[in-house]
Design a binder for this molecule. Structure first.
Ligand code: ADP
Ligand code: MG
Length: 381
C-alpha cells in the first residue's frame, strides 16, 4: 500500500499532498562539517515519503508504516525538547523548530510516512524524515522558507529537540541536492554548489556497501573527536580547523605536541583538501581520477581519525584489490556504509569479492546497491 492509501485508511480522508526527501551518502569530506570545512554529499534514490494534511487545532498526529504501533498524538503547545525518545521526536522536533523560529501559523498536521532509506546505516534516514516534514509544512502553511533554511531548522530539531549533535550536511543534502550532481557545501557560510557527477555516461557506478554493523563504541567517540578538533584549533590559534591552510599543514603539525590532536588536525585539513581535489577533477570531467582520492580519505579516517572498523576496512581492501577505482568508509564510522567507485563492467566481480570476504571473515552479509546521484526533497503529488 502506498502512503496516500495508508493515510486515507488511517485518517479517513485524502491527504493534502505527498512529499519525498532522500537519504544521502557523503562522497568526500568527513568530520569536516563541525570544523567549518567542506563536504560533498549526494542524494540517494531512497526516500522518506510523507502524506500530510494541515490541522488547525494544535494537534500533531504521526504514523510510520515502518514502525509497529498506533498513531502518536501530540499537542503543539506541550512539545518539550529531549523528552520524547521515540521516532516521533524527529517529525515533532521539526514542528517545534518551526514554531520556535516564529512560524506559529503552523497549527498542526496529520502525517503518515514510509521510508526506503535504510535506518542506522549512516545514510541519514533521520534527515530524510525531518526534511520531508519540513518541506510539507513549508508548502502547506506557505511559509516561504528556502531549502537551506529548511535544512537549518531540521538540524535544529535533531540537535536540540531529539538531542543528536549532528552537523548541517545531512539535512542540506536531503533538501538541496539535485539529480546527477554532488553538492559542494561550505559549512562555514553554508554556500552550496551543484557539481556535475554523472556516473552513468562515464560507464561508472558508485556502490554503497552497508556493512550492517554499528559498533556500540561509536556513541562517545564522535564527541571525543569533536573535542579533539576544537583543542587543535585552540592550540593553533584559529577559530576552526578550516582556517589551517593545507599548504601550511606540516608547519601547523610541528607546533602540536599532542599526538592525538596532531592526527585529528591532519585528517581534517587533508580531507578539506581532498574535497577540493575531487571538485577539480569532477569539474574537469575526470571522474575516474577521484578513485585514489577516496582511498586516501579512507586511510586518513582509519589511521588518523581512527573511526573505521574491521568490516569497513575489509570492504575497502577487498574492493580495491578486486578492481575498484577507489573506496572509503562514509559517515560517522564504527560501522555503517562504505562507498566504492567501480567500472560498471566490474560491479559484479567487486560485489562478489566483498561478499566472499565477509563470509570468510564470519561477518554478516553486507547489502550492496548503487548510489545514483538523485534529486533532493520534492512534492510528489
Ligand atoms: P541514520 O540517520 O544514519 O539512518 P539515525 O540513528 O540518525 O540513523 O536515525 C534513525 C532513526 O530515525 C530511527 O531510529 C527512527 O527513530 C528514525 N526513522 C528513520 N526512518 C524512519 C521511518 N521510516 N519511520 C520512523 N522512524 C524513522
Ligand atoms: Mg541520522
Amino acid at each position: 500500500m502506498g502512503v496516500r492509501e495508508g493515510f486515507e485508511e488511517l485518517y479517513g480522508a485524502a491527504p493534502d499532498g505527498v512529499w519525498a526527501a532522500p537519504g544521502r551518502v557523503n562522497l568526500i569530506g568527513e568530520y569536516t562539517d563541525f570544523n567549518e570545512g567542506f563536504v560533498m554529499p549526494l542524494a540517494l534514490p531512497h526516500t522518506a515519503v510523507a502524506a500530510v494534511s494541515r490541522r488547525d487545532d494544535g494537534v500533531l498526529r504521526l504514523h510510520s508504516a515502518d514502525i509497529e504501533g498506533p498513531i502518536v498524538e501530540l499537542h503543539l503547545d506541550r512539545l518539550q525538547p529531549l523528552t520524547n525518545t521515540s521516532w516521533a521526536a524527529y517529525p515533532a522536533g521539526v514542528v517545534w523548530a518551526l514554531r520556535e523560529a516564529g512560524h506559529t501559523s503552523v497549527t498542526g498536521a496529520d502525517v503518515h510516512l514510509a521510508s526506503t532509506v535504510p535506518t542506522g546505516a549512516g545514510l541519514s534516514s533521520s534527515a530524510a524524515l525531518e526534511v520531508v516534514i519540513a518541506l510539507a509544512l513549508n508548502d502547506l502553511y506557505e511559509l516561504g522558507l528556502t531549502r537551506p533554511e529548511l535544512a537549518k531548522l531540521s538540524q535544529h530539531a535533531e540537535n536540540d529537540f531529539v538531542g543528536v549533535p549532528c552537523g548541517i550536511m545531512d539535512q542540506t543534502a536531503s533538501a538541496c541536492c539535485t539529480d546527477g550532481h554532488a553538492l559542494h557545501l561550505d559549512c562555514r557560510d553554508l554556500s552550496i554548489r551543484q557539481v556535475p557527477f554523472d556516473l552513468a555516461s562515464q560507464g561508472l557506478s558508485l556502490l554503497v556497501v552497508d556493512t550492517r554493523v554499528k559498533h556500540a563504541l561509536g556513541d562517545g567517540e564522535y564527541a571525543e573527536r569533536r573535542e579533539g578538533c576544537e583543542e587543535g584549533a585552540r592550540l593553533l590559534g584559529v577559530s576552526h580547523l578550516r582556517d589551517v591552510a593545507y599548504e601550511g599543514l606540516d608547519a601547523a603539525l610541528a607546533r602540536l605536541s599532542d599526538e592525538r590532536v596532531r592526527r585529528y588536525v591532519r585528517h581534517v585539513v587533508s580531507d578539506d583538501h581532498r574535497v577540493e581535489q575531487v571538485i577539480g577533477l569532477l569539474d574537469a570531467g575526470d571522474v575516474r581520477a577521484i578513485g585514489p582520492v577516496l582511498t586516501e580519505g579512507h586511510a586518513s579516517l582509519r589511521d588518523d581519525l581512527r573511526i573505521s572498523c574491521d568490516e569497513l576496512d575489509l570492504v575497502v581492501a577487498t574492493a580495491n584489490s578486486a578492481g575498484a577505482l577507489g573506496s572509503r568508509m562514509t559517515g560517522g564510522g564504527f560501522g555503517g556504509s562504505a562507498i566504492v567507485l567501480v567500472e560498471v563492467a566490474d560491479v559484479d566481480t567487486v560485489t562478489k569479492a566483498v561478499g566472499e570476504a565477509f563470509a570468510a571473515a564470519g561477518f554478516t552479509a553486507p547489502r550492496v546497491f548503487p548510489a545514483v546521484p538523485s534529486a533532493g526533497a520534492r512534492r510528489i503529488s
